[in-house]
Design a protein around this ligand. Structure first.
Ligand code: FMN
Length: 213
């Protein structure tokens, strides 16, 4: 048995990407595209697929949310002891990919990850809704858990323990910054002749090249 999906196809006709339209700074270009995706009503426009790999090259992927972008890179928050956290700690090379179907665009970011500052992690943790803070404490992310009830009991216990107090950020929860080395902007075009323009970092300057689709 198999499911044949070969008839599902769509022609991409929303726009075009020319080199002359690009900002010399890829972070500014990214911010422009992200705000256009949000304005177009893209659901979860800040969601990115994040690929990590073990030291010996076994890949894994999942979705995380971008929480800040700046000159230092792309920031997301997670559990440092999760699968992605462990892989990043032994191999800091990652790739993140945004897909904005409303505008038929993707952005691919390749780079090296470092931990965000304690101050940034602390500030963001306490800005999250209280129940999300408790959730972070209750979840031993990526580890097997006996059943859902165990998880809910841990959550309830913690809710009670911190009833009238601030919830402390666990030391194993915080931010990661992807310092980009390449950033590719992809705009879908008809006949599969898509536009792909990639910024490549050479010391402190960015060079732009067009890639075949
Ligand atoms: C839209 C969306 C946003 C998510 N955002 C995050 C996030 O910001 N941080 C995070 O740790 N997990 C996030 N998750 C859950 C992850 O996809 C994943 O299940 C979890 O981080 C465990 O991944 P790992 O076992 O590979 O480490 C998100 C999932 C979805 C669907």
């Amino acid at each position: 048995m198999s499911t044949n999906l070969s008839d599902i196809r769509r022609s991409y006709e929303q726009g075009a990407l020319h080199r002359r339209d690009l900002d010399p700074d890829p972070i500014k270009q990214f911010e422009k595209w992200l705000s256009e995706a949000i304005a177009a009503g893209q659901v979860e426009a800040t969601a990115m697929f994040l690929a990590t790999a073990t030291k010996d090259g076994r890949p894994s992927g999942r979705v995380v949310l971008l929480k800040r972008v700046g000159v230092d890179g792309f920031v997301f928050f997670t559990n440092y002891q999760s699968q992605k956290g462990q892989e990043i700690e032994s191999n800091p090379q990652v790739e993140a990919c945004f897909f904005w179907d409303k505008l038929e665009r993707t952005v691919r970011v390749h780079g090296r990850v470092t931990r965000a500052s304690e101050t940034e992690s602390e500030e963001y943790f306490h800005k999250r809704p209280r129940l999300s803070q408790i959730g972070a404490l209750a979840s031993n992310q990526s580890n097997p858990v006996e059943n859902r009830q165990v998880l809910e009991q841990q959550f309830a216990d913690l809710e009670k323990r911190y009833e009238n107090n601030d919830i402390p950020r666990p030391a194993h929860w915080g931010g990661y910054v992807i310092a980009p080395e390449t950033i590719e902007f992809w705009q879908g075009r008809p006949s599969r002749l898509h536009d792909r323009l990639r910024y490549v970092k050479h010391s402190d300057t960015w060079q732009i090249e067009r890639l075949a689709p």
